[in-house]
Design a protein around this ligand. Structure first.
Ligand code: G3I
Length: 383
């Protein structure tokens, strides 16, 4: 612990990066410690027992992020930060149809296997994402899959892929984003190629096939736009609950719901509707995973510090709400560093500035989001 100095008070453990930097400048300016020692102290403040994974493990939680195999292999700071902070990983793209299936008769498991090897080497679990989605389908899909062969192609893919990873994964996103209330169906199902080609029981078929290929893995239904207290998101939550109820009533193996949690600062806050949704899932003996958490700052103006504070506050408020529910078992952010967030593509800021949306910035320094997440993890079990 650094004691106080005539020019500035050094607190025991800075809880934000800004506090740490302010203290550090005092100490360096006072000629008391070299910058290298300061950087080492910064590292110590977020690693080992101070890391997200340590704080999560202390409360029986899993925490982690989506990863890209090429970055794990080629970018040391990326790999080190992922290893240091996560005890659960998910492939951002490497386990989707488009990545796994270069041709109708070909599978490419190498990138996904590289992520699995990294997870095993760092005592981390791995989520599979995803076995059935209307996006990220390979180019050959449209010209190959017909009403006659769609069911066979879907079940063969799931048998092969879930079979390849059998016994090695924490959970699968078996079906991703199957609900779209705007499509107007009574069952709320999205008018996707799978619905069109296989029919509404494609969801049940996918879950049953996955369970047959790997009886140990937790089978998850994953979706977005179910976080906020708006009429549209309340309707979508109701349809997700109805889908889960239908599957459970038919004894379909389903164990968890993934709440993607792609939030936007300045666009409403989560509330009682989400809490009730999680509790209704608990009543059905369902686990809940926060699967793709990030907070877009594209609607925010103001300084970087002001944007950081607003983003970190939403992380803290959101995680405090969901982590108060005992069936919420895991929190994954959609990426670990602002440097590679998908938000810089799909939610570009009009001013062209870099999104500031994840626990580590473009130089792998912890952001206020990191500290907000760590505090929320710690608050989990407080009475
Ligand atoms: O790998 C190719 C590259 O070879 C090519 O040069 C480049 C040019 O287009 O495309 C690259 O593939 C891109 C891929 O990400 C890898 O970067 C695809 O075009 C692009 O569509 C793909 O976007 C991903 C998107 O899902 C669609 O699969 C995003 O990275 C990924 O963050 C996003 O993640 C989704 C979740 O899976 C489901 N929930 C929503 C979430 C955000 O959309």
């Amino acid at each position: 612990m650094l004691s106080g100095y005539n020019r500035c008070e050094i607190m025991d453990t800075p809880s934000t990066r800004r506090q740490f930097l302010r203290q550090s400048l005092c100490v360096v300016a006072a000629g008391i410690l070299p910058w290298s020692a300061i950087k080492a102290a910064a590292e110590e403040n977020v690693s080992g027992p101070r890391s997200l994974r340590a704080h999560a493990q202390a409360h029986g939680l899993l925490v982690g992020c989506a990863v890209v195999p090429e970055k794990l292999a080629d970018e040391t700071p990326y790999a080190n930060t992922v290893a240091q902070q996560a005890n659960l990983l998910v492939a951002e793209n490497a386990m989707k149809w488009r990545a796994l299936r270069p041709a109708p008769d070909k599978y490419n498991f190498a990138p996904a296997d590289a992520i699995l090897a990294f997870a095993n080497a760092h005592d981390q679990g791995l989520r599979g994402h995803n076995l059935c989605w209307h996006e990220a389908l390979p180019d050959w899909f449209q010209t190959t899959v017909t009403h006659e062969n769609a069911r066979q192609i879907l079940t063969t893919h799931i048998q092969h892929v879930a079979g390849h990873f059998a016994g090695k994964l924490h959970s699968w996103d078996v079906v991703n984003e199957a609900i779209d209330v705007k499509d107007g169906r009574p069952d709320g199902l999205r008018k996707s190629p799978w619905l069109d080609l296989v029919g509404p029981d494609y969801v049940e078929i996918a879950f049953r096939t996955a369970h047959k290929a790997d009886a140990k893995v937790l089978l998850t239904y994953n979706d977005y736009g179910i976080e906020l207290d708006t009429p549209e998101q309340e309707q979508k939550r109701a349809q997700v609950l109805a889908l889960v109820k239908r599957l459970k009533s038919r004894h379909v193996p389903i164990h968890a719901v993934g709440i993607q949690s792609h939030l936007t600062a300045g666009e409403g806050i989560p509330g009682a509707g989400l809490r009730e949704f999680i509790r209704e899932l608990r009543a059905m003996d369902m686990q809940v995973f926060i699967t793709e958490l990030d907070v877009s700052d594209h609607k925010l103006t103001g300084s970087a510090a002001e944007r950081d504070d607003a983003v970190a506050k939403l992380y803290g408020d959101y995680l405090s709400l969901v982590l108060a529910e005992p069936n919420v078992k895991a929190v994954l952010t959609w990426g670990i560093t602002d440097k590679y967030t998908w938000l810089n593509h799909q939610h570009r800021r009009s001013d062209g500035l870099q999104q500031r949306c994840l626990p580590f910035d473009v130089e792998y320094q912890p952001t206020p989001v990191f500290f907000a997440m760590r505090d929320a993890l710690d608050a989990r079990r407080r009475p």
